[in-house]
Every structure is written in C-alpha cells, then in structure tokens.
Design a protein around this ligand. Structure first.
Ligand SMILES: [Fe+2]
Length: 365
C-alpha cells in the first residue's frame, strides 16, 4: 500500500495514502499509440457515437492486459486501501511540434490536434468500464473532452482557466446528483511544472462518529464559480458524505461549501464542515508533478482534485525564470450507467447530461 504515516505526539493519527503510480513500459505505450491511431483512421473522431458505444469492447481488444486489470480493479474497489486516483506515467508520447503554441484560452483551441489523445483517454474510461459523457453545466456540453488552458483574463478565478490562486480541492460538479463517476486528466504539456493536488476521503481511514453529521442532508452545495447560483437553489441541501458509513463517498468542494462568501451554511453545518476541513487539509497530496503524456484517472466519489497557484507561461529553473509554453490538460468525464441518470439527459442523446443543480434540470436547452 502506498502511504505516509502522519505522526502526532509519537502516535499515528491518520495515514496519508498516496495515489498509485503506474509507469507504462515502452511496449505498452506503443500498443496504446497504435490503437489510438488505428481507431482514429476507422472512426475519424473520438466523438463518433459508434466508437463511444463500442468503447468497452475496443478497450478490451486494444489495451495492454496489465492496464485492463488495473482499470477493472480500480473501478470496483472502494476499500480502505483505495485512494481513488491512479497515475499512468507515460501513457502516450505527445507530439509537441504538432500541438504548436498553446492557444490563449480553451475557446480558441483547435481540437483536431487533440483527436488522437481523445481516443486514448476514452479507451481508459472504457476499460473501467465507464462511458464518456458531456455535461451541459460545463461549457454547455462542449464535447466529450475539454481542453483546460490557463486564460489571462480568468487567472484569479476558481475555475480550470484560473492560475494565480490555489484551486481548492473539489470533487467535480459536487452540485450535481449525477456528477461524473470518473475523470481523466491527460497532460499535453506542463512546462511550468505545476504539481497536481489530490485529496482522498480514504486518507482519513475509516470514518468515525465525529463525522457522522456529514451524512445528513443539511449542507448547501452551491454551483461552482463557472455558474450563477439562483436564490432558490441556495436553499437546496444535501449530504457531503454518502454511501457506506465507514468507507463513504464524498461530494465536497472546499471553495464553494466553506469559503464562498455569498453562501451561508447554518451554524451547525458550518461547524461540521470546518471540523472536517481541519483534518482534510493536512491530507492533501501535492507530491506529483505531471509530465506531458501522463494521465491521472480519478474516482470522483473517492478523491477530490485541485491545483496550486502558478504563473502561466513561466518556468523556474534553479531560481531563474524562463518563458515557456502555457500548460494544456485534457479532461474527460464518464458515467458507469446511462440508465441511472436518464431523467437528466437529453431525450435524443443519453450521453448529454442536462442536470443543473441537485436533481433539477436546465430548461430550454
Ligand atoms: Fe475540477
């Protein structure tokens, strides 16, 4: 088991788990590259519905056996040892030249350059098995994969486009009942060498009585900084922990649930959240700095993600600042079951999620 023991007065108070890191062999990487290239020739785009519909069979056929086993174990292991994130080091070779300069923001990204990487990411989700989906609450859908690029105009925000402030750890779309089950982050470039931040609910160990109130539906779960929250939505309440009492899942967004000045939790809710955060913040892991071609795969019910503040386009080498290409990351989200969330998907497209806030759908899409 990957873990760090945290000592407090010579006794172990919590075990800080670490995500499992899997280094791909050159042969495994070659298999995935070849599969992605082949599938691109056959299907054209990773958005092709025939590809996505068959992604589980294609993953079984094309992915290296070791990766298939790791993915399957990851998808159904909610045990005390399961961190909820895997790091695949060197999953793909990234052709930096063909990517060219980083565009100013995600809106101006040329997705044809990321097409082959979309196939590779979809296969990883397919192996779990889980199906890539898109969320109207994120970029009005915007396709099955999103480029996350620091945007100068958004640098202060708590969004993927921000950079100059820490992005607090959060589970993705904590404000949805049908949030993604799994997320993948593929790093196209990270020349600034920004460490990724992960926080697993399992790092607390088995959850004791002191956190039992977090299972109660008494917390405001506001939408994130990308979206406006209406007055009536502020009143909707839900639980932060759910599932198994000892080894729960979580719906947690520190920035929105605890530090959003326009959201007022009740005194009770606030004090439970604060107590939880006091313990959680010491369990955040920032020890891994992704390189181009690495993929972080996250179980969005077990593990939250974030990032430290950084200066986009600046790389510090031995105290000297050098200009560099700004970071590009590709995010894909997936759901294990299309049926379970059918009340929240488009009539004509069960892969398109239209939930707006805790069970309520967007209207007039
Ligand atoms: Fe996020």
């Amino acid at each position: 088991m990957n873990s760090l023991k945290i000592l407090d007065n010579d006794s172990i108070t919590a075990v800080k788990l670490l995500p499992r890191i899997i280094e791909l062999t050159a042969q495994e990487r070659r298999m995935i590259q070849d599969a992605a290239a082949h599938l691109q020739r056959k299907y054209g785009s990773y958005e092709n519905r025939d590809f996505i519909t068959h992604v589980h069979q294609l993953a079984s056929y094309f992915l290296p056996e070791r990766i298939l086993h790791i993915a399957a174990d990851f998808a159904s292991d909610f045990s005390i040892h399961q961190y909820g994130a895997l790091v695949f080091k060197g999953l793909m070779d990234i052709d930096q030249e063909s990517i060219g300069n980083t565009p100013p923001n995600w809106q101006s990204a040329d997705y044809s350059k990321f097409n082959i990487y979309g196939f590779a990411c979809a296969l990883i989700h397919g192996a779990l098995p889980s199906k890539p989906v898109q969320y109207y609450s994120q970029r009005k859908g915007g396709g099955l994969m999103h480029a996350i690029i620091p945007d100068e105009k958004m640098r202060e925000t708590q969004t993927g486009s921000g950079s100059s402030t820490d992005l607090y750890v959060h589970t993705e779309d904590a404000f949805l009942k049908h949030q993604a089950d799994f997320l993948s982050f593929m790093y196209i470039r990270n020349e600034e060498q920004v460490p990724s931040t992960l926080y697993s609910i399992r790092s607390h160990g088995a959850i004791g009585e002191n956190f039992r109130p977090l299972f109660e539906r008494m917390y405001k779960i506001p939408k994130d900084a990308n979206l406006e929250t209406g007055m009536e939505e502020e009143e909707k309440l839900d639980a932060v922990l759910y599932g198994n009492y000892e080894l729960p899942f979580m719906r947690f967004d520190a920035a929105e649930q605890l530090f959003n000045p326009s959201i007022k939790q009740t005194d009770d809710a606030h004090s439970h959240l604060t107590e939880f955060w006091e313990e959680a913040r010491d369990l955040i892991y920032s020890g891994f700095t992704p390189q181009a071609g690495d993929v972080i795969l996250v179980n969005n019910h077990l593990c939250a993600h974030g990032r430290s503040a950084f200066r986009a386009g600046v790389r510090n080498i031995d105290g000297v600042e050098h200009e560099c290409q700004r970071r590009i990351m590709l995010r894909m989200m997936s759901k294990v079951s299309l049926m379970e969330m059918r009340a929240h998907t488009l009539t004509e497209d069960p892969f398109f999620v239209i939930e707006e806030h805790l069970g309520k759908n967007f209207e007039n899409i």
